[in-house]
Design a protein around this ligand. Structure first.
Ligand code: MG
Length: 237
């Protein structure tokens, strides 16, 4: 493994500059090509228990959790790709050794229990493919975060929802946080608290140069952005 040491995480892959579909394998490959330390993607569970990569809980007007993979896959992405499964996405990402795969496990809209099933299936897939070295998990659902840590002790996992202090995360053995940038503007003390507790710091979704500079100055471990090219430009100045 030779993972990149920069702080750039492409949010849903690097899609914007080249007008690629978000969360496509093409956007993952572009994030790899430009040298991002991480490329983020979102995972849901279909009605027939396939893990698929999409941001919203609907795809092509259909609720993912209430439709089969075959039905969802009838509609192609705008670049002609079939909507990727998490398996296909991880296998594509594992063809390289520089960019980590930032795997967001989406909460279930049906029930907490289905979210736990989803978390289990995600961890089982990562283990089956031996993708552990690439994967950084993130989730808004704290029970999913805890489930991942139970199933894969020592996993790199960060919590997204923003209401828990770094000290609380440390107490629960959650190794990272990845909060909306407004959280750190309201609670700037959490940056130092995270560093004191060795809680890894990531932030979403930082798209302006001004905000990027603030998080660069605060020495964040990662910055998640729709504008990875701009962030590289600032870092290389
Ligand atoms: Mg996401």
């Amino acid at each position: 493994m030779n993972f990149a040491s920069n702080i750039v995480v492409a949010h849903r892959g690097a899609w914007k500059k080249n007008n690629l579909p978000e969360n496509s394998i093409a956007s993952l490959r572009e994030a790899v090509r430009i040298g991002c330390a991480g490329s983020e993607f979102d995972v849901h569970l279909t009605a027939d228990d396939t893990l698929i990569v999409n941001h919203d809980d609907k795809y092509a007007g259909k609720k993912i959790e209430e439709n089969t993979y075959a039905s969802l896959a009838e509609t192609k992405l705008s670049n002609g790709e079939t909507i990727p499964t998490a398996r296909q996405y991880l296998l594509a990402g594992m063809q390289q050794h520089a960019t980590k795969l930032v795997f967001e496990i989406k909460p279930s809209a049906i029930s907490k229990g289905r979210g736990q099933i989803l978390a289990r299936k995600c961890v089982e897939l990562v283990k089956e493919l031996k993708a552990e070295p690439w994967v950084m998990y993130i989730s808004f659902d704290y029970d999913i975060v805890k489930k991942v840590l139970e199933l894969q002790p020592g996993a790199n996992v960060a919590y997204l929802n923003g209401e828990k202090s770094p000290g609380q995360l440390k107490a629960d053995n959650v190794p990272g946080l990845d909060y909306h940038y407004s959280v750190f503007k309201k609670k700037p003390g959490w940056v130092a608290e995270a560093k004191q507790n060795n809680v890894e710091l990531n932030v979403w979704t930082v798209n302006s140069a001004e905000d990027m500079k603030w998080f660069i100055d605060q020495k964040f471990d990662y910055i998640t952005t729709n504008e990875p090219e701009l962030l590289f430009e600032l870092l290389n100045k």
